[in-house]
Design a protein around this ligand. Sequence first.
Ligand code: TPP
Ligand code: MG
Length: 330
Amino acid sequence: MSNNRHEAVGLTDEQAIDMYKTMLLARKLDERMWLLNRSGKVPFVISCQGQEAAQVGAAFALDRENDYVLPYYRDMGVVLAFGMTAKELMLSAFAKAEDPNSGGKQMPSHFGQKKNRIVTGSSPVTTQVPHAVGVALAGRLDNKNIATFVTFGEGSSNQGDFHEGANFAAVHKLPVIFMCENNKYAISVPYEKQVACEKISDRAVGYGMPGVTVDGNDPLEVYKAVKEARERAGRGEGPTLIETISYRLTPHSSDDDDRSYRGREEVDEAKKNDPIITFANYLKEAGLLSEESEKAISDEITNTVNEATDYAEHAPYADPEDALRHVYAE
Ligand SMILES: Cc1ncc(C[n+]2csc(CCOP(=O)(O)OP(=O)(O)O)c2C)c(N)n1
Ligand SMILES: [Mg+2]
């Protein structure tokens, strides 16, 4: 590995470290949410663990002041990079009134925040895909130079919504970046029982757009692919399908027991490629991180997670009448 891969893809030292911090914050928030769940304090967790590199690498390649993101439930790394805070994510986990995603009404991980152009999603998987295509079309009609970024799992790429959205976006050359976060499972169903094609990105050719598969454990490789897709979108050349390969390190959710369908050896093997560890190693080799600075960053992030947890735990719940708000136009 050469020592300046981050520079080769156009990132400064500071941006590379910022990427690492964002990945680590996502990981530590997620880990804390599991502890809170197991101690009976938060009802549900659905993890980003193992996918932080794909999420943060991609988000850093977008125009974070103007682009719209339509994330799926695992995308804590994407929404953190787009400006949602640790405190706001914890308010959502605890379902408190101040949660910007839904005022505590939705399950956690249904990300949505108007000021950061994070478009709320629905629980049926892949509904966000046609929404992303629609937002891109609206941007085109309004002469705005925006792109939309939409993510979904590989299992979800079998839904009709994906195919309809991909086709429409390609026909109209809309500025959409489709990113499939292939984590090898759809709940208990492994990749080979989900699809017969070798790669999800193979599907792109059927719609007339480029498709690439990249290492989802490497934020720099993902950054490069999304950057190119963003540039294509900006030139009016239309959408791109990017598939990131990683591994879901946790069970599907806090309500799942993955021991019933995959061996521990397989999970332990995948942990050797844990992007938090491999990216820290890269930063050390590149001379951007030392044992001391790694510990300082880790301590700082733990403090952030502690503060967010305390704040959210003590924040008030919504009033019962609030359940009636945002149902009909007011
Ligand atoms: C339309 C629809 N069908 C089924 C479900 C139940 N469900 C929720 S997540 C999930 C698995 C999705 O797998 P994948 O797309 O690979 O995403 P991952 O969870 O692995 O990130 C299923 C079947 C759902 N939410 N919506
Ligand atoms: Mg999956």
